[in-house]
Design a protein around this ligand. Structure first.
Ligand code: ZN
Length: 217
């Protein structure tokens, strides 16, 4: 029973964004996805990161972009239809380099390993010390929260990666503004768990603005 409580609470805390994401994909626009070949994006990725991006999937997702894989696997980038159609080239440069930052820095692999280690540790603690259900619940929340901090750090790292590789950081300022306009309010769960929304985006904007000033000097 305690194992179950821990596992459910941990996964809900750590993976709410993924659950939220797939709920949206499955629930709303089932099957709405399309693979595109885009020479401009391929050239951008190749020249900035040295990586060959051969497949881009467009889908109805609750984000502008999503990177599912890490090396040694090939990059698997998903972009929302809306971002792909409506963002300017400068904004797209930011989005695509941000997603490539997740890939190059192996974020999904690191998050997977972290989750496996934390889940194993939690189950071991329960196994060894026979803690009660309430403690199992608290442990699930704590370790879940720890995982989120890593994800949050990865978002920051991917933004720095994008910024360092961009021709013009104004694309990042505009792109982040477009993101904030698109989702002015996120779910309560996201806001409580992540504090991820405006504070994080504001910080990304600030970084880009500082970089613009730095380059002007
Ligand atoms: Zn990201």
């Amino acid at each position: 029973m305690n194992y179950f409580v821990f596992l459910v609470v941990y996964l809900l805390t750590a993976d709410w964004h993924t659950i939220d994401f797939f709920k949206y994909v499955i629930g709303k626009k089932r099957g709405m996805s399309q693979v595109v070949k885009d020479q401009w994006i391929e050239n951008l990725v190749k020249s900035k990161t040295g990586v060959q991006l051969t497949k881009i999937t467009l889908a109805e997702i609750r984000a502008f972009g999503f990177m599912a894989s890490s090396p040694p696997l090939k990059p698997s980038m998903t972009l929302s239809f809306e971002a792909y159609k409506n963002l300017s080239n400068g904004e797209k440069e930011w989005l695509i380099l941000h997603e490539m930052g997740h890939y190059v820095l192996k974020h999904s692999l690191k998050e997977l390993i972290t989750q496996v280690v934390l889940i194993s540790s939690g189950l071991l603690i329960i196994h060894l010390s026979l803690i009660d259900s309430f403690s199992a619940l608290v442990l699930g929340i704590l370790l879940g929260f720890l995982t989120l901090q890593l994800a949050k750090f990865h978002e920051h790292e991917a933004s720095i990666f994008a910024l360092n590789h961009m021709d013009d950081p104004i694309g990042m300022v505009k792109g982040v503004e477009a993101l904030m306009r698109k989702w002015p309010k996120r779910s309560i769960m996201r806001r409580i768990l992540y504090r991820w929304d405006f504070s994080m985006y504001e910080r990304q904007k600030e970084l880009a603005e500082r970089e613009i000033i730095r380059r002007e000097k």
